[in-house]
Design a protein around this ligand. Structure first.
Ligand SMILES: Cc1cc2nc3c(=O)[nH]c(=O)nc-3n(C[C@H](O)[C@H](O)[C@H](O)COP(=O)(O)OP(=O)(O)OC[C@H]3O[C@@H](n4cnc5c(N)ncnc54)[C@H](O)[C@@H]3O)c2cc1C
Length: 467
């Protein structure tokens, strides 16, 4: 990765010259939890999020100290939770109870892989419905699944508490979220894609520095020129890939017609679950594996705010709303240093179909259907209503402060990870690498949603091609 980035003129390992000033921290803005009336009996804003701090501290995330027991107890006592749930949650956070005491090691390991975290909370930790709802969404960001959709082992992996006698939290490397990453682009990974194209087809954009790519005009006319060493044909959709000895025929649709090319080497790096339809000649076992790689749906919403005065008034930069549509919200680094300056709010919504008992694959399909059936007008109304409800007491009014909203409705989002709850073996899982002179690549092949995984798979795909 580092070599590839260096070739593009980017240094992934370089620390910024100076840490940017953090006006949120300077104003003492921390976390908060919002309990909604539909699930907890009343709308309640509560400053602090000791469970969030605990989870981050357990995975060693920078800057997060584990909350002390008194702070946790104060938080729970103020929360709209029944007394028995407060006690059970405090005991869970305390970490000294072995809820599986007496269970032999091998049986324990199998239990952790095959039991839903929500079931563990209910059956072993004695946490009632309200308490389960409070912990429901802590895994949404990592897995696009709620506590009822992940195993206890996966919950522990991302730092969720499960008592004593449990393995140490070790996040699955497939999750791919690197806290050390320092490369951010205003337009996301599109900048990297354009830098790669500029490298392959020089002259497409004129750049003094790689970071100029964000605003540089892109000459699309140069992408597909006769005689060029590299040609890139946009809007060409492959519909059939037929290996035939040393050559492979690829049929694709372009500008209303079907075209066919013959290639010595082919790399398929779209979505793996489509590959069996493109290439029915693949062995049946490979087709079955690929077809089962169902991606998880999720929404990233960005809200441009004229100012962040309400957040400053509520002393909050990060909100967890465990049972609302948008479960995790945080202010991105601000454009200016005072609450009167503009800022962008990040909001995460995962349609997880909570408490359904469905498999991850079924949840992803159901969640995707829900998203695709929801018009943007409804999504916008939901965003404005949730923000008004949560932040109104700080003086927030969506109609006055929201300048723009971008909804990234990511129907096919995170790549599929093996689901140990469905009996899939996470350690032994691999995705087919290809057949003959056709290689498969893309993030699905790594079972990871990150760009780094996708790039590594590109390398693997090229390396396995015959000369
Ligand atoms: C909103 C958002 C935010 C993200 N943020 C981050 C982040 O901060 N960090 C990070 O590491 N990752 C992030 N990602 C994930 C990252 O973008 C993906 O992991 C990466 O793009 C996956 O690369 P890929 O090559 O596997 O697939 P893609 O980038 O999806 O590329 C697949 C390509 O194949 C094409 N294609 C599919 N089928 C066909 C066909 N039949 N014929 C021709 N072409 C076809 C598609 O049009 C597409 O261009 C984010 C993704 C999104 C959507």
């Amino acid at each position: 990765m580092r070599d590839l980035f260096a070739g593009l003129g980017l240094d992934a390992g370089r620390a910024p010259l100076a840490e940017p000033a953090d006006p949120y921290a300077a104003l003492g803005m921390g976390r908060a939890v919002f309990f909604d009336a539909d699930h907890f009996g009343r709308d309640q804003w509560l400053a602090g999020d000791p469970f969030g701090e605990l989870v981050d501290a357990r995975t060693g995330r920078q800057g997060d100290a584990a909350p002390d027991a008194a702070a946790l107890r104060r938080f729970l006592d103020a929360a709209p939770l029944p007394p028995q749930d407060r006690t059970a949650l405090a005991r869970l956070a305390d970490g000294s109870t072995d809820y599986l005491a007496g269970m032999p090691a091998a049986e324990r390991a199998a239990y952790l892989r095959s039991t839903r975290y929500a079931s563990f909370l209910r059956d072993k930790a004695g946490i009632g419905l309200a308490g389960q709802r409070f912990l429901r969404s802590r895994s949404n960001d990592a897995f696009a699944l709620d506590a009822d959709g992940i195993s206890v082992a996966d919950a522990i992996g991302i730092g969720l508490p499960a008592g004593a006698g449990m393995p140490a939290p070790v996040p699955d490397p497939r999750l791919g979220k690197s806290p050390a990453s320092r490369l951010w682009f205003p337009d996301g990974n599109a900048s990297l894609a354009r830098l790669l194209v500029q490298k392959l087809i020089p002259g497409v954009a004129k750049l003094a520095r790689p970071t100029d790519i964000i605003n540089a005009p892109f000459d699309y006319g140069r992408l597909d020129q006769d005689g060029a060493a590299v040609r890139l044909r946009l809007e060409a959709t492959a519909i059939a890939v037929d290996p035939d000895g040393p050559i492979t025929r690829v049929t694709y649709g372009w500008r209303g017609n079907l075209h066919r090319i013959e290639a010595r080497h082919v790399v398929l790096a779209g979505w793996n679950m489509m590959v069996p339809y493109l290439m029915p000649s693949l062995p049946a076992a490979q087709r079955d594996t690929l077809r089962a790689e169902v991606k998880a749906p999720l929404i990233y919403t960005k809200v441009a705010l004229d100012h962040w005065r309400a957040f400053a008034a509520l002393k909050t930069r990060r909100i967890h709303a465990p049972a609302m549509a948008y479960t995790d919200l945080w202010l991105e680094p601000p454009a200016g240093s005072t609450p009167g300056d503009p800022a962008v709010l990040h909001m995460l919504y995962v349609p997880t179909v909570p408490d359904s008992g469905m498999s991850a694959r079924e949840r992803f399909r159901a969640g995707r259907a829900l998203l695709l059936g929801t018009p943007f007008s409804e999504l916008e109304r939901g965003i404005r209503t949730q923000l008004d409800r949560m932040l109104g007491q700080g003086g927030f009014a969506a109609k006055d402060v929201i300048r723009a909203i971008t909804v990234n409705r990511w129907a096919h989002g995170y790549s599929y990870r093996p689901d140990t709850l469905a009996g899939e073996d996470s350690a032994a899982w691999t995705s087919p690498a290809g057949v003959g002179n056709v290689s498969l690549a893309g993030s699905d092949s790594a079972g990871s949603p990150s760009l780094t995984a996708a790039i590594a798979q590109g390398r693997r795909a090229v390396d396995r091609l015959p000369g």
